[in-house]
Design a protein. Structure first.
Length: 129
């Protein structure tokens, strides 16, 4: 279920409302699989433990950070790495700028208890040398 919901998620610049929608859809499926109604008032954490699955937002963060690690290890001539540094020319429209993948990954990296946080710090230090 989670693999089909998160297909291609490694490159999504996810907003908070997208995360909420993913969690709600996941919990509807989890409750259906456990045959538990919302009126039963069983905590989501308990249902996930029954099925042995992690929170979908945690998996989303892991996917993004895993992909970011792949991008960092690519050669400088690779088109994927070039896209990471690409700046769009021209003037920006009015209003708040769109959320970028880079900003989302930076936020994931700064989250407490981030999986692989130590490895990414070492990788960044090596790349800066």
């Amino acid at each position: 279920m989670q693999s089909s919901m998160l297909h291609g998620s490694k490159t999504w610049p996810v907003r908070k409302e997208n995360e909420v929608a993913l969690q709600q859809a996941e919990m509807r499926m989890v409750r259906w699989m456990c045959n538990v109604k919302v009126k039963g008032r069983v905590p989501s954490k308990e249902l996930r433990e029954r099925l042995g699955i992690d929170d979908i937002i945690l998996i989303l963060q892991q996917n993004r950070l895993r992909w970011y690690g792949h991008v960092l290890r690519k050669e400088d001539t690779d088109w994927v790495k070039k896209c990471k540094e690409y700046e769009v020319e021209g003037s920006r429209p009015r209003g708040r700028p769109n959320r970028t993948w880079r900003k989302v990954v930076q936020k994931d990296h700064q989250a407490p208890g981030c999986p692989g946080q130590r490895a990414i710090k070492w990788l960044l230090l090596l790349l800066l040398l």
